[in-house]
Design a protein around this ligand. Structure first.
Ligand code: MG
Ligand code: ZN
Length: 364
């Protein structure tokens, strides 16, 4: 395990050439786009297709935050070798701008590490954070700070965090830090690398230090189990912390368990997680409105469950949600954007283009 870890670290990172990125990002036909954001918040609803988004409207007792967006696009999600992507390949597309195989964590088809948006913008002094309702070493967040040939190598993925460029993280996964096969104490390593480590409850205030918040051994509880306001509150805390950085920030927030409700073909699970994600979008939009220099992007990695808001047994006045698969589907996922640079995100494009659009906007 140690050998593999050092091999990965010593491997040269592949950097995407800038020449193809402008075209991918659709910059050329958007000449009117001038204002660039200082900060970007990327919210990923894992497994969130258009029916899941629609559930945010039908099952909400208040207006959905999705209705605040003016710019909307559609994303093609396929992985390099499969028409239907998993969360690892899709998050790698968002984090690095390349298509790769299912299961890959920020590595290319030859398992060579590819530099992530977090690694690239940190060099310019941009602060970065990741938040998740799964374990923080799960595929979606992992692709923003680790490089691994397999998403299942959780212990190895966790070992990237103490030495990563991440300044704030919150989620589950404590067991991969303090109950490890190799006996390392990653909580101690986090402290040695300038983190305040919190494992009991979400802190009420930001720290002068970087913050590592690990509130469950593995995944966070579901909304139905009483997770409460963890996701919106952690997002609030991260925004308060990261916005102190004068060079701006990048924050990825994942509503992880919309996907798990889809896999379980459990409509209540999907809907309760979706509503929590919707509330979290509200936190991001409220911050962006006051801040004025923040782009909010909301999208998904893929759709899960083939979820449909069907008429209930032919009753056109009642929705009876149904599923068509226990896995993912190839259906395009929606993308919503608000703030400086938002107009770049209209259209129909590959998931990799999201990375190129974000990098274009972060280039000064
Ligand atoms: Mg995920
Ligand atoms: Zn899934």
């Amino acid at each position: 395990m140690k050998l593999r870890f050092s091999f990965i670290l010593s491997t040269v990172l592949i950097i995407n050439s800038a020449c193809s990125s402008a075209q991918d990002a659709g910059i050329s036909n958007k000449g009117t786009e001038s204002k660039k954001p200082k900060n970007i918040i990327l919210l990923i609803g894992d497994g969130m297709g258009l029916s899941q988004v629609s559930a945010s409207l039908f099952y909400n007792d208040k207006p959905s935050n999705f209705e605040q967006f003016q710019t909307i696009g559609l994303i093609k999600t396929s992985a390099s070798g499969d028409l239907i992507t998993d969360s690892a390949a899709s998050a790698t597309a968002y984090a690095t701008g390349i298509k790769t195989y299912n299961g890959a964590i920020a590595v290319n088809q030859d398992t060579i590490p590819v530099e992530t948006i977090v690694e690239r913008i940190s060099k310019k002094g941009v602060a970065t954070g990741v938040i998740s309702t799964s374990s923080i070493v799960h595929a979606t967040p992992a692709s923003f700070f680790a490089h691994m040939k397999s998403r299942r190598m959780y212990d190895e993925i966790a070992a990237f965090l103490p030495v990563s460029e991440i300044d704030f993280f919150a989620g589950g996964g404590l067991g991969f830090f303090n109950e490890r096969k190799d006996g390392r104490d990653l909580l101690q390593e986090l402290r040695q690398n300038g983190f305040e480590v919190v494992t009991t409850r979400l802190p009420g205030t930001v720290s002068e230090k970087k913050q590592a918040i690990l509130l469950a051994k593995d995944a966070m509880p579901t909304m139905e189990e009483g997770r409460g306001n963890f996701l919106p509150d952690a997002t609030k805390l991260a925004l308060e912390s990261l916005s102190k950085n004068e060079n701006g920030f990048f924050l990825m927030v994942e509503g992880s368990q919309i996907d798990w409700g889809g896999h379980a073909n459990d409509a209540n699970y999907v809907i309760t997680e979706q509503l929590d994600f919707d509330a979290t979008i509200g936190v991001a939009l409220d911050f962006a409105k006051l801040n004025g220099e923040t782009l909010v992007i909301v999208t998904a990695d893929h759709e899960t469950g083939g979820f449909t808001l069907a008429a209930d047994n032919g009753n056109y006045n009642k929705i009876g949600p149904v599923f068509s698969t226990q896995g993912h589907s190839a259906t395009m996922v929606p993308v919503f954007a608000n703030g400086p640079g938002a107009s770049l995100f209209g259209g129909v494009y590959e998931n990799t283009a999201v990375y190129h659009k974000m990098m274009k906007l972060f280039s000064k």
